[in-house]
Design a protein around this ligand. Structure first.
Ligand code: NAD
Ligand code: IPM
Ligand code: MN
Length: 353
């Protein structure tokens, strides 16, 4: 029995996670050995009683749970985003989920916005370092609000952290048909931190001679990805660049409504993992039933594959492709359906196949 905690969060998060939950409940009712635990956390809860990410929840997740499915966090009523950081980073950092795996895969030709390109050209996977970099929150402000103000965020890169994410990317790249890996950094400007990235990459590429390994500066990477996404297979990069490159990547997939992701402790998959669409809470879309639920459904696929049911991931992806082909989807990807209608159509296809 695999236990999954479900956290809708804020904005469109609960809307897309509701659809993902209906899919999981249906699979459970047809015999899949999973149990679901809805977590009442997010901006609503924080505004109500100040709770962000309680120690008891953390402890229960650590001792009993295999996965967390998260919608999105971020609410204009909490401008400092303190609840979002506590929860999101409490999971990513707290559970040492160092590999944020974000597929950039187009599922229909019309979703690729580049002239002359089709879905075949967009199938790459980003390994984003997920536990260090500029995200660690080390730094501070001095003389705030004065003309002499100083604001600092430190970029933390450890030998262990850099090596383990690059190793994960090499390990994964060698299982793919093209066996190609690009490491993107900014070692020309960030010569201390990113010299480490470059040195580790040069060491590891010798351990993985079957992988075609190339180094590329992240600014150039962004240009090359737009010029010809088909040349990319696996990309590994740091926390901040991975965040940016995967929103760029989402644009090649038909937008953020199509992008799923996994946060895992790569070398020990038995540990709790976090699954979330790449998108945020999209406050302007919230409450209108227009959010695309496919990123969340594809994320469920990634989660089920991680938990040992890869065939379910393939079936979910196929059903989403069929929905796109039939125009049974939300407006952002060329359809006219509402969030629940688009998701219900996918569930119906899954039942039928
Ligand atoms: P966003 O991802 O919410 O939205 C960016 C754009 O994509 C918007 O135009 C939005 O309408 C569109 N979009 C996003 N999801 C969509 C969907 N499912 N269907 C259709 N269109 C979709 O990013 P933002 O506007 O920069 O951030 C909003 C809030 O979300 C902020 O508070 C931010 O910090 C937070 N955020 C949270 C997460 C997370 O919880 N993992 C991720 C990203 C942003
Ligand atoms: C993401 C988001 C988060 C990140 C924000 C909400 C802190 O943009 O998951 O991509 O930067 O990691
Ligand atoms: Mn992001």
């Amino acid at each position: 029995m695999k236990k999954i905690a479900v956290l809708g969060g804020d904005g469109i998060g609960p809307e897309v996670v509701r659809e993902a939950t209906l899919l999981l409940e249906e699979l459970r009712d047809r015999g899949l050995p999973i149990a679901l635990w809805p977590l009442d956390l997010g901006a609503e809860r924080y505004l109500r009683d100040g709770t962000t990410f309680p120690a008891e929840v953390r402890a229960t997740l650590a001792s009993e749970y295999s996965a967390v499915l998260l919608g999105a966090l971020g609410d204009p009523r909490v401008p400092g985003l303190e609840h979002a950081r506590d929860i999101l980073f409490g999971l990513r950092f707290g559970f040492d989920l160092y590999a944020n795996v974000r597929p950039v895969k187009a599922l229909a030709d019309r979703l690729v916005p580049l002239t002359g390109r089709t879905a075949r050209d967009v199938d790459l996977l980003v390994f984003r370092e997920n536990t260090e970099g500029i995200y660690v929150g080390i730094g501070g402000q001095m003389r705030r609000g004065t003309p002499d103000e100083i604001a600092i965020n430190e970029d933390v890169n450890t030998r262990k952290g850099v090596e383990r994410i690059q190793r994960a990317a090499f390990e994964h790249a060698r299982t793919r048909p093209r066996k190609r890996l690009h490491m993107a950094d900014k070692s020309n400007a960030m010569r201390h931190a990113h010299e480490l990235w470059l040195r580790v990459f040069d060491e590891l590429r010798r351990e993985y001679p079957d992988v075609e390994a190339s180094h590329v500066y992240v600014d150039a990477l962004c240009m090359y990805v737009i010029q010809d996404p088909s040349q990319f297979d696996v990309i590994v990069t740091n926390n901040l660049f991975g965040d940016i490159v995967t929103d760029l990547g989402a644009a090649l997939q038909g937008g953020l409504g199509m992008a799923g992701s996994a946060n895992v402790h790569w070398s020990d998959p038995s540990r709790l993992a976090l699954f979330e669409p790449v998108h945020g809470s999209a406050p302007p879309l919230a409450g209108k039933a227009v959010a695309n639920p496919f990123a969340a459904l594809l994320t469920v696929g990634m989660m089920l594959a991680h938990l040992g049911w890869p065939e379910l991931e393939r079936r979910i992806e196929r059903a989403v492709i069929e929905a796109l082909d039939a125009g049974r989807c939300t407006r952002d990807v060329g359809g006219t359906l509402s969030t629940p209608e688009a998701a219900a159509w996918v569930r119906e296809r899954l039942r039928a196949t």
